[in-house]
Design a protein around this ligand. Structure first.
Ligand code: C2E
Ligand code: MG
Ligand code: MG
Ligand code: MG
Length: 288
């Protein structure tokens, strides 16, 4: 009897795996089709200065709105693109498109672009970044490349070479989702980053009585002593924004300040800037 149950379970898993494989293949086909038709787009989310409330930069986020499949989130299709070997061409497009939009529409607003670990490890990344800057004319100091710890797990030698070649171009490097990996601290010792982005799971815990405020404060002090900027991700409330500002965070990103949108964020007009100096609260009205 136990044996039969085991076989039943094995069959169940087999069917389950088959279903997942089929769904993945369907998603991959739909993605290839979308790519041919130029169906991917970018959304931009503002990142504001914690001190002045001004929009200082924004993050480019991939969007896939499919007429048949509907809207597919990047958490779903980026892994598919990685497995299908499509992330390198997609990533190159994201880089060029983000730089172009920042150059044409975003006077004074820096642009952050996410890099997949596969894109980072593939040959030619540095050339791709250099070409995107050259073709669009965007000054390198306006481009920030966001990488996650999964990039750093790879071979130390080639990772540091790539990172220093990128820095030599004049672009900045941000460590994304900080605190979610296994050895966030040791990476800070091994590599130099210009910015760290505190993962939104820490921000979400502010005011809920956990340890996240202590951890965020410590990270900010550490970052300061290593001469890095700190951005907090996932800021959803005025209370969180105020707390992060008091703790000395440099910049803030989250739904409270603005959701990702297809329009490139605009710098505030002088009137808005004045309002923003009075505190962070008016920003919400201005950004929506
Ligand atoms: P990420 O780089 O950490 O991007 C931030 C994510 O947090 C975005 O999700 C953004 O919409 C979301 N977010 C921003 N503010 C808030 C908030 O206040 N509350 C909550 N709950 N979420 C907030 P999104 O756009 O779904 O992207 C998810 C991930 O997909 C990104 O995480 C990034 O890892 C990846 N991704 C997006 N675009 C690209 C890309 O062009 N290339 C690569 N390789 N990965 C990308
Ligand atoms: Mg990011
Ligand atoms: Mg992040
Ligand atoms: Mg993330």
């Amino acid at each position: 009897r136990a044996k039969r149950g085991g076989r039943g379970q094995a069959l169940y898993f087999e069917l389950e795996m088959e279903r997942e494989l089929r769904e993945r293949r369907e998603l991959e086909n739909a993605l290839r089709y979308t790519l041919e038709r130029g169906g991917l787009s970018l959304a931009f989310q503002p990142i504001v200065s914690a001190r002045s409330g001004e929009v200082v930069s924004c993050e480019a986020l991939l969007r896939w709105e499919d007429p048949v499949v509907g809207s597919v989130p990047p958490s779903l299709f980026v892994p598919v693109a990685e497995e299908a070997g499509l992330i390198v061409p997609i990533g190159a497009w994201v880089l060029r498109e983000a730089c172009r939009r920042a150059m044409e529409e975003g006077a004074g607003i820096d642009i952050a672009v996410n890099l997949s670990p596969l894109q980072f490890a593939a040959p030619g990344l540095v050339d791709t970044v250099r070409a995107a800057l050259a073709e669009t004319g965007l000054p390198p100091e306006r481009l920030i490349l966001e990488i996650t710890e999964s990039v750093l797990i790879q071979d130390f030698g080639s990772t540091s070479t790539t990172l220093s070649e990128l820095s030599a171009l004049g672009v900045r490097i941000a460590l994304d989702d900080f605190g979610t990996g296994y050895s966030s601290l040791s990476y800070l010792r091994q590599y130099r980053f210009d910015r760290i982005k505190i993962d939104r799971s820490f921000v979400a815990e502010i005011g809920r009585g956990g340890e996240s405020v202590a951890i965020i404060s410590a990270v900010i002090i550490l970052a300061r002593s290593l001469d890095m900027e700190v951005t907090a991700e996932g800021v959803e409330s005025e209370a969180q924004a105020e707390m992060l500002r008091l703790m000395g965070c440099d910049s803030l990103q989250g739904y409270y300040f603005g959701r990702p949108a297809s329009a490139f964020p605009q710098a505030l007009a002088e009137a808005g800037r004045e309002a923003a100096r009075g505190g962070l609260a008016p920003m919400r009205a201005l950004s929506q």
